[in-house]
Design a protein around this ligand. Sequence first.
Ligand SMILES: [Zn+2]
Length: 124
Amino acid sequence: MPFHVSADEFERIAGEALNSIPEPLRARMDADNLMITVRSDTGGGDADEEGVDQHVLGYFEGGGESTFSAFGYPKRIVLMQQHIERWCRTRAELVAQVTDTVLHEVAHYFGMSHDDMRTTRLRR
Ligand SMILES: [Zn+2]
């Protein structure tokens, strides 16, 4: 059984995960206007309407390369609430999974590849 929480509660847990990131890194993320977005609208099927596989718990949108705007698109980390909840049976598991996912995507934001992450605590 998935462990389900409200969207507000999920965002609060994601906020706590962000708070666990060391201040110098967070300052850079803030300066860059990095956003965290929670998608709680995905239901059923093997992939949702935008084709995001259920095994994808979150992703990082790098923004940047727009030919039309000097500012590019905002960079953001998207958390797939229902996908994450699917793998969790308790609140503690949910908090751990959200934290892992946020840290994983933040690592992508800082330019780390999965190979880079393998050498750190940020698996997956
Ligand atoms: Zn990744």
